[in-house]
Design a protein around this ligand. Structure first.
Ligand code: SF4
Length: 394
């Protein structure tokens, strides 16, 4: 039987780094206001792709009773079973059938890096050879999983390792949920408390898989993370933000602004050429009205580029227009990219200006900086090493 996934101011000019070219691909006008590259579809289905109803449908095709679905999902999500053989209340033939046709974990952990601050980064390899990153970020009694939504990223922000090679393919709902479950394994006895969609990729460009994954992460039958502990971060697709506002989810939305005006934003985020800040402000207002969740503006401080006092004053005006709070983060340098990490004093001054303007602002600590913390770096390093190894052995 074929199992299908469930539907559900004056500044230096910024130059595109060498090798980072604009790509011409198939385009999509589904949930976005502008034509965006589609990317290949994921291959294969695992148990993390399925809702209880979808799993019941599979089982009914095998003449198995519906309650078996609840038993299987309880083993997977409540008891962390990674093998059907552990499911002692299932008949042996059913366990064998499930094992042969509906894998639980589909990824392999190809690399695991633990930083001095406890941040653990995993590189996962999928059956088709694609790789993705996820991170466990410990912070006192909180454990946050940072998950990816795409293999590579189509946005191509000039300061980011993930966008250097463009989009390879979308990740499925199950592949996104599986990352959170892999991180939960890293947590050990500590409870996974938060999930942030801030890894590789643009979540709203993989809209349906992202929303399906949010529902599974939030569901009582699934991972069971409170909606208010789940954050989806986007570079800002206004139509998709408005659609997300209608999903009835109480999740947090973060918009990666990174520049306080369109001119500078277009220099560092290629998609900003088609999406201006005014349309983001409007979409964020709609999100706030529908969900009562205040939007967070993410702002990576790039030394000498977007961290001047006048940028802070402009950013304050944008934040007030959106009713948003601001998260500042000092740039984590990426090998081969020409951007600088500002010093701590410059970041503190920037934050002080925003706060003086009445904007709720936090300066986030850089986590796991000794383990290729910026998203996409571990994957890139691994791919580069793989290429070197294959060239040496070829
Ligand atoms: S910063 Fe985010 S949106 Fe931009 S290229 Fe990197 S992963 Fe994509």
């Amino acid at each position: 039987m074929l199992i299908k996934a469930a539907p559900h101011c004056r500044r230096p000019a910024v130059r595109r780094p060498e090798g980072q070219s604009r790509r011409r691909r198939r385009y999509n006008r589904d949930v976005n206001d502008v034509a965006l590259p589609v990317g290949a579809a994921p291959v294969g289905v695992g148990v993390f792709d399925l809702t209880p109803d979808a799993l019941k449908e599979v089982l009914s095709g095998w003449n198995e009773p519906a309650y078996r679905a609840d038993q299987i999902l309880a083993w997977v999500y409540r008891r962390d079973a990674d093998d059907y053989d552990a499911m002692s209340n299932l008949p042996g033939p059913l366990r064998a059938k499930l094992g042969a046709s509906l894998p639980i974990y589909r990824s392999q952990v190809l690399a695991r890096r633990v930083a001095a601050d406890g941040t653990t980064k995993l590189l996962l390899g999928w059956p088709d050879g694609a790789t993705s990153e996820c991170v466990c970020i410990p912070d006192s009694d909180r454990r946050t999983a940072c998950v990816s939504t795409q293999v590579g990223c189509p946005v191509g922000c000039l300061f980011c390792a993930s966008g250097l090679d463009g989009l390879q393919r979308q990740l499925s709902c199950g592949e996104i949920v599986e990352q959170a479950m892999r991180v939960r394994q890293v947590c050990g006895d500590a409870r996974l408390s938060n999930v942030v969609f801030m890894g590789l990729g643009e979540p709203l460009h993989n809209y349906h898989a992202t929303v399906a994954a949010v529902r599974t992460l939030n569901a009582a039958w699934g991972v069971g993370i409170g909606a208010r502990k789940i954050t989806v971060s986007t570079v800002g697709l206004p139509k998709a933000i408005r659609q997300l506002a209608e999903e009835g989810l109480q999740i947090k939305l973060a918009v990666s602004l990174h520049a306080p005006n369109d001119e500078l934003r277009r220099q560092i985020i290629p998609w900003a050429e088609a999406i201006d800040i005014a349309s983001l402000v409007e979409a964020a207002r709609v999100y706030f009205e529908k969900t009562t969740r205040e939007v967070t503006l993410e702002y990576v401080l790039l030394g000498g580029l977007n961290d001047a006092p006048q940028h802070a004053r402009e950013l304050a005006q944008v934040a007030k227009g959106m009713r948003s709070n601001v998260n500042l983060i000092r740039y984590n340098p990426v090998e081969s990219l020409p951007f600088q990490r500002p010093d701590a004093a410059a970041a503190e001054r920037f934050m002080a200006i925003l706060r003086a303007e009445g904007v709720n602002t936090h300066l986030r600590r850089s986590r796991g900086i000794d383990v290729d913390a910026a998203c996409g770096q571990l994957r890139r390093r691994s791919a580069t090493m793989g290429a070197v190894v294959s060239r040496r052995s070829g």
